[in-house]
Design a protein around this ligand. Sequence first.
Ligand SMILES: C[S@@+](CC[C@H](N)C(=O)[O-])C[C@H]1O[C@@H](n2cnc3c(N)ncnc32)[C@H](O)[C@@H]1O
Length: 356
Amino acid sequence: MPDTETSFDKDRARAFTSRMLGILNDGALSLMMSVGHKAGLFDALDGSPPENSAEIATRAGLEERYVREWLHAMACGGIVDYDPEHETFQLPEEHSGLVTRRAGPLNLTVPMQNISLLGEVEDDLVDAFKHGGGIPYDKYPRFQALTAESSERRFRTGLVNQVVPLLDMDDALTSGITVADVGCGSGLASYLLAKEFPNSNFVGFDMSEGGISHASETAEGQSNVSYEVADAAALGQDERFDLVTTFDAIHDQAHPKKVLSEIFQMLRPGGTYLCVEPKASSRLEENIPDPMAPYMYTISAMHCMTVSLAYGGEGLGAAWGHQLATEYLTEAGFIDIKIEGIRDDRGNNYFISKKP
Ligand SMILES: C[S@@+](CC[C@H](N)C(=O)[O-])C[C@H]1O[C@@H](n2cnc3c(N)ncnc32)[C@H](O)[C@@H]1O
């Protein structure tokens, strides 16, 4: 038994009480902020003068009673300013750059939607903790739509201007090469590149029929891009491509080593592989100081790791880290592995490597 008289640190206990209350309140606020994003409330408040709940509700086209309760939560959470004399609310300019659609990739209310999405599988996850296995993709009803929304901001701001220059393939893309995106989801990356480089040909592969049909609709009329439903672990595309990309699509694979060897196989000798994966270390202690680490491990356990385990996979998890990723790439045969980053995507590492 510990000597509670001498070893119990009351200050530490008090600090933890306050931390626990903060977690409870911030968890609740995450849900309300996700609602605010979906209902368009932050955009309605963006740049507006102080207004009461009726004025805000009218401008947003929403029910006043709900808007008022939401504003009260936002005021108590320090998200909006409240003037008790006039009963008006205002979104400070200093906050709008992180919560409005105008903020693009910096809008943190977009990933906040993951909190409610993942809440839907909480009971299934507890069951997996007890009995093993995992949660398959079809249990996440809004997964493709939310992934598409999160990636869209990154792709539209960074792909052509920041990612392509890392590859040093501008001339080749302009003259015309073949490019594949494996685990392409809703296919926006290939579509944007196809528009930018009309002489090159792009193919997106994903096992999600919903993702592929959304991708095909978006790219209708763009003749140099196509999409195929396919299992990345059995692509069988022999040495057809000059460039292969994966965006956030290796760590949640059931069989990542098999997928990497398929990617190696589908590249022509001298071809380039761009592998984008969450920025993390394979060592927990190096991730602890990262302010996004609790979020990363939560998303991992409740999605990335468990979808892999659901198909009898490795369950690498989102934080498999650059050390292990480098090992996997090397084992697959890739050489000249460089790890880069881009300004508008601080959460990912960009591994660029070559097939000899
Ligand atoms: C996190 S999402 C990323 C989607 C897209 N690359 C993006 O950044 O928006 C991972 C994607 O990998 C796909 N995926 C997972 N396992 C796969 C497999 N074995 N074969 C093909 N696609 C797979 C999923 O359907 C999902 O669309």
